[in-house]
Write a protein that binds this ligand. Structure first.
Ligand SMILES: Nc1ncnc2c1ncn2[C@@H]1O[C@H](COP(=O)(O)OP(=O)(O)O)[C@@H](O)[C@H]1O
Ligand SMILES: [Mg+2]
Length: 305
């Protein structure tokens, strides 16, 4: 589908802190306009990878090319003009106003006043900001704060934007709004590289990379990840009564409790009809489309057992 060159090309990247590998031998590609989701538990190496891609730290080994420019080429500044970064924590200055935060970013990026004001106004319009420029940031609702932070990181009009857990701790409705903005950015041709802990959000990604303990364990579209991990053989078991006995564990490849239900996959390929014949007296059984949550549990947590 994407025959053109990747905008991010990472080959065998490792990042060591002393003897410890925060990132180990990671390779992946991101193409222009994609929403690339970077998933993994705390400590998996997501932020470290992003910091390398933004040129904030150097990898210990491996090759990183952003928009055709190699990091070791001495053209780091050209890379920095192409990437935007919204970090996990320090996004905006809380004690400054919205306008002052923009002023500050514009000065830092040396964006001329005439260009900058128009861009700021366009970006605020893009997110539907209905507040005032002289509002002190700490008085903004959390969701709005994150949206304004996003605008600030887009001020120099980067081709690719790295968002590190942009919706962590943000209320559900605001999270939805934020993702609507992400989708619009992608439709407008920007590449979005985003980390999240929320699996429902990850469904919005063009492709997903799953990290575990510094290693990349899967990269694919949400649909392919589900298909490759589960095929069409995932069942939902709902006990009919308190004494319902689960199938023998030796026959199951996976059995994850979800509230009072169980998501079950058998070792052998077995049809819904056959499963119902066997366990239908004790359980109400349906065939289910796996969620990314299922994939995540199976690949990330399952691999640690
Ligand atoms: N500067 C550092 N020095 C030593 N260890 C670090 C440093 N930065 C990150 N780490 C370690 O590297 C691992 C990956 O961290 P990080 O990339 O922040 O993970 P994530 O963003 O996926 O939660 C963690 O175990 C973390 O403690
Ligand atoms: Mg992190």
């Amino acid at each position: 589908m994407n025959s053109d060159a990747p905008i991010v090309d990472v080959e065998n990247l490792s990042v060591q802190f002393g003897d410890f590998y925060a990132v180990r031998d990671v390779s992946f590609r991101v193409y222009s306009g994609q929403i690339f989701g970077f998933l993994g538990a705390n400590g998996a190496g997501k932020t470290t990878t992003i910091r390398v891609l933004c040129g904030l730290i150097n990898g210990t080994s491996g090759r990183v090319v952003i928009d055709g420019i190699n990091f070791t080429s001495g053209r780091e500044n050209e890379i920095k003009s192409r990437v935007g970064y919204m970090s996990q924590r320090f996004t905006l200055y809380n004690d400054l106003t919205v306008g002052e935060n923009f002023d500050f970013a514009a000065a830092l990026r040396e964006i001329p006043q005439s260009v900058y004001i128009a861009r700021r106004n366009d970006l605020l319009k893009f997110i539907g900001f209905d507040g005032k420029l002289d509002t002190v940031v700490k008085n903004l609702p959390d969701g709005t704060k994150q949206q304004v932070a996003l605008c600030v990181s887009l001020l120099h009009d980067p081709k690719i934007i790295f968002l590190d857990e942009p919706t962590a701790g943000v209320a559900p409705i605001a999270r939805k709004q934020f993702w609507e903005i992400i989708r619009n950015l992608s439709r407008g041709g920007k590449t979005v590289f985003v980390t999240t802990h929320y699996m429902d959000e990850a469904e919005n990604c063009t492709r997903i990379a799953l990290m575990r303990s510094g290693e990349l364990i899967a990269v694919d579209s949400p649909r392919e990840l589900k298909r490759k991990t589960f095929g069409d053989t995932l069942f939902n078991f709902t006990p009919r009564h308190a004494k319902s006995k689960l199938p023998p564990s030796s026959t199951m490849e996976m059995c994850e409790p979800y509230g009072r239900h169980f998501h079950i996959r058998f070792n052998d390929k077995i049809s819904l009809i056959a499963v119902r014949r066997k366990y239908g007296a004790d359980f109400e059984i349906t065939s289910i489309a796996p969620s990314l949550e299922d994939v995540f549990i199976h690949l990330v947590e399952g691999a640690q057992k």
